[in-house]
Design a protein around this ligand. Structure first.
Ligand code: BEZ
Ligand code: FE
Length: 292
């Protein structure tokens, strides 16, 4: 490229950056200037063709068209580009031994049923029963009683209840940590499932030879006064999809051992499972203070 061409391109970037000089909100100004600089750098570095630019516009248009109150394809796009996970990483620096956060995902629903200690969130969702126990503590190791623990997961067929054709609530619920910070409940053993891939994001994954599958996981959101809300999952040790999670959500510290009990093994709470196999996992949660 001639130096004259290089200068013409650079001058355009400068003019666009200067167009934001009068932005009253300094943070908005910073964000727009940085975004503009990076986008122009991308176009110049890749020598983006007009046909490619048109294809990108069409892709984003399709992403908008498929988005409605039940489906958010832009979040999915952010997820598969690792941007959701990067934003979480930037905003949740490691603090002492506080439990690490990961992606929220699109399947949380407010107003889940409360389950008593030792209760079952499955509510008929197909899957192998899984006994989940742990504690909620602060970074000094003291118990956090009364923490609200929201849990949700896909069933054995890979579906969240919100993907069922009816209004059934299954495989989700909330409970509270006890006076000693302890909690326990029945769920189902997590299994892998694909993120929605019948839209533009699915086409992007297919075009790049990437799998839509998520590593098996159980979602948690833990809230308690005075503590930073924790949005996280636990993953299944040994799951072959841990390294290839489609939304880059896996953190080593969140991979837990789910031990499977042979059929007929008595359960910890004496629940009769009719001779089926079951698993158990322990997840000790450490909350960071809200004021860091
Ligand atoms: C999920 O874990 O439920 C999820 C996360 C990101 C994108 C799609 C699904
Ligand atoms: Fe999920």
């Amino acid at each position: 490229m001639s130096s004259e061409q290089d200068e013409r391109e650079a001058r355009l970037v400068e003019r666009v950056l200067a167009s934001f000089d009068g932005t009253p909100d300094p943070r908005l100004k910073e964000l727009l200037r940085s975004l503009t600089a990076h986008l122009h750098a991308f176009v110049r570095e890749t020598r983006l063709t007009e046909a490619e630019w048109q294809a990108a516009i069409e892709f984003l248009t399709a992403t908008g068209h498929i988005t409605d109150h039940r489906r958010q394809e832009f979040i999915l796009l952010s997820d598969v580009l690792g941007l959701s996970m990067q934003t979480i990483t930037v905003n949740h620096e490691a603090y002492a031994d506080a439990t690490e956060a990961t992606v929220f995902g699109p399947f949380f629903v407010d107003g889940s049923p409360e389950i008593p200690p030792g209760g079952d969130i499955a509510n008929g969702a197909p899957g192998e029963p899984c006994w989940v126990t742990g504690t909620v503590r602060d970074t000094d190791g003291d118990p956090v009683p009364g923490a609200r623990i929201e849990v949700w997961e896909a069933d054995d067929d890979g579906f969240y209840d919100v993907q069922y054709p009816d209004e059934r609530v299954a495989a989700r619920g909330h409970l509270f940590s006890g006076p000693d910070g302890g909690y326990r409940f029945w769920a189902i053993t997590p299994t892998p499932y694909p993120i929605p891939h019948d839209g533009p994001v699915g086409r992007l994954l297919a075009a790049t030879g990437r799998s839509p599958m998520r590593a098996s996981h159980l979602h948690f959101m833990v809230r308690a006064d005075g503590f930073r809300t924790l949005v996280t999952h636990i993953f299944v040790e040994g799951d072959t999809r841990l390294a290839g999670d489609s939304v880059f959500g896996v953190r080593d510290s969140l991979v837990k051992r789910f031990t499977t009990a042979p059929a007929g093994t008595p359960t910890p709470d004496g629940r009769d499972l009719g001779g089926s196999t079951w698993s158990q996992v322990r997840f000790d949660i450490v909350l960071a203070p809200s004021e860091l």
